[in-house]
Write a protein that binds this ligand. Structure first.
Ligand code: ADP
Ligand code: ZN
Length: 201
């Protein structure tokens, strides 16, 4: 099963519209051109688009297995037929994804995972802080701020056209118009991101 050679973890993060899926698709397509066996998974919670694809906002697509049970990623990803493992929307997987990714790296797999580093409150999203720390390579992408055109690191959530409150539920995978990319200056929330760090002290 394992040649003894370790694999690696690449994380592609940033706000919505920053091109994470685009970049994931680009890397996985290049791996396929290099005759590598590629397997792609995404949480089945993301039903924005055709469930069996990674889809970028620019329209490019790649086939992906929608996953409810993380064991599927370990079982399928352990196979010799998986050399490169792509994960999209990785922030939506529960904490069990971390040891699974570590096991796959130990088996020699190249894992490439894309996900939101921050939720709409400006707080770190799910297991992303751990994955960013474990990663061999981190790419943090910027979108374009919808209001001023500068580089955007935040995802602004809008409910009925108004900025969402911090205590609105985090996971609402939904219509594109409910979210905008914003720079720090234009991003707005009723509790600033520092609130989450201060309350942890
Ligand atoms: P992500 O996976 O990070 O949400 P995608 O790869 O799905 O990003 O989409 C990136 C594409 O979204 C860009 O190439 C561009 O065509 C489009 N786009 C729409 N709005 C924006 C924006 N505000 N900033 C940057 N790209 C945007
Ligand atoms: Zn701005």
């Amino acid at each position: 099963m394992s040649s003894g050679k370790k694999g690696s973890l690449e994380i592609i993060c940033g706000p919505m519209f920053s091109g994470k899926s685009e970049e994931l698709i680009r890397r996985l397509r290049r791996a396929k051109i290099a005759q590598q066996h590629v397997m792609v998974f995404k949480p089945s919670i993301d039903n924005r688009h055709m469930i069996e694809c990674v889809t970028s906002h620019n329209g490019s697509k790649l086939d992906a297995f929608p996953v409810d049970d993380l064991k599927v990623i370990l079982d399928q990803g352990s196979k010799d037929s998986a050399q490169v493992i792509g994960l999209d929307e990785v922030q939506f997987f529960d904490a069990g994804i971390v040891p699974i990714i570590c096991s796959l790296i130990d088996m020699g797999k190249r894992v490439v995972a894309a996900g939101l580093d921050l939720d709409f409150r400006g707080a770190p999203f799910g297991s992303m802080p751990l994955l960013l720390a474990i990663a061999d390579h981190v790419t943090k992408l910027q979108a374009i701020c919808t209001l001023c055109g500068k580089d955007a690191n935040f995802t602004q959530r809008l409910v009925d056209g108004k900025v969402a409150r911090h205590d609105d539920p985090i996971i609402l995978v939904g219509a594109q118009e409910a979210y905008q990319a914003r720079c720090r200056q234009c991003y707005s929330i009723d509790k600033q991101p520092s609130f989450y760090y201060m309350s942890a002290l």
